[in-house]
Design a protein around this ligand. Structure first.
Ligand SMILES: C[S@@+](CC[C@H](N)C(=O)[O-])C[C@H]1O[C@@H](n2cnc3c(N)ncnc32)[C@H](O)[C@@H]1O
Length: 278
């Protein structure tokens, strides 16, 4: 299978739509820019950077971390933890669409093999390590305070996010960052009863038509209250025993090279129009 991906895309990472290898939607692409901002904030750490990524799928976000480490002229490593197997609830998969396609993408180890193919194109400044398993099985083997950035993008079901955040708090060093994907709305901005009623779903749309990952919304709010939030990419800095919001607007950013051309154009247009970047 690896050979098939190599033949299909010998000189570049490969992100086929059929395997839902890229998170869709404009905000998802913008979040890659915020990932680069996060690396900029820790770039002066006086030793190789260490990033933990919980949930890597086909390696799209992994390649962004790697490129950012290289762009900021650092060395470092990224530890990816993912089971690369079926994880979506039957109720979600029954709905069809992207969930069914994601489930199917784990068959024959397709998505795992695609991840292996893609990380072969990671910036050489970053070593990419991976452990195949659920994060709750892997976390006990990881020591306290060893990561500069812990990025949470695994299962979005409430109990899993609660677990992943609790472990991230332990695993990030003082001054390091915990961040995550898919916080479309913070709890204080939506109806908490709707959120609580839907935590068994990966994604839900409230009566006002606002789409969200209820498990992420609730678990993040319970752990931190309001968080710094950039287009759904949330981020907090560890300051001793507390966590504080992080400003990313002053950080240097870039558009990662492996984004598709149309996504690069869309992100660039958004950056220009937002007025947030020089
Ligand atoms: C939304 S995808 C990650 C997308 C990826 N970060 C990106 O942006 O390209 C969620 C990933 O979490 C993984 N996952 C599911 N349950 C998990 C768990 N308990 N621990 C770690 N990863 C998990 C899935 O296999 C899937 O690869």
């Amino acid at each position: 299978m690896r050979e098939i991906f190599r033949r299909l895309s010998p000189a570049a990472p490969y992100f086929p739509d059929q395997l839902v290898s890229i998170q869709s939607g404009p905000d998802s692409m913008i979040r890659h820019v915020w990932q680069t901002a996060a690396v900029c904030l820790v770039k002066d750490t006086p030793r190789p950077l260490r990033i933990l990524e919980i949930g890597s799928w086909a390696g799209h976000s992994t390649l962004t971390w790697a490129e950012a480490i290289g762009k900021f002229e650092r060395k470092g490593s990224i530890l990816c933890v993912d089971p690369w197997g079926r994880y979506l609830a039957a109720g979600d998969v029954k709905g069809g669409g992207a969930y069914q396609a994601m489930d199917a993408a784990t068959d024959l180890d397709l998505i795992y093999t695609l991840f292996l193919h893609n990380i072969g194109f990671a910036d050489p400044a970053a070593r990419v390590d991976h452990i195949r398993g659920r994060f709750d099985d892997v976390a006990p083997y990881l020591g306290d305070g060893q990561f500069d950035i812990v990025y949470i993008d695994g299962s979005h079901y409430y109990a899993d996010v609660v677990h992943d955040i609790a472990q991230a708090r332990r695993l990030v060093r003082d001054g390091g960052l915990i961040c995550g994907d898919d916080l479309e709305h913070q709890l204080a901005d939506v109806d908490p009863d709707f959120v609580k009623a839907n935590i068994a779903k990966d994604y839900a749309r409230d009566p006002k038509g606002r789409g969200m990952h209820p498990g992420v919304t609730l678990a993040v709010a319970e752990a931190f209250g309001r968080v710094a939030d950039y287009s759904g990419f949330w981020i907090m800095r560890r300051e001793g025993e507390r966590f504080a919001e992080v400003g990313l607007h002053q950080a240097q950013v870039f558009i990662p090279n492996h984004l598709r051309d149309e996504d690069k154009h869309a992100v660039y247009a958004w950056m220009k129009q937002s007025g947030l970047f020089g």
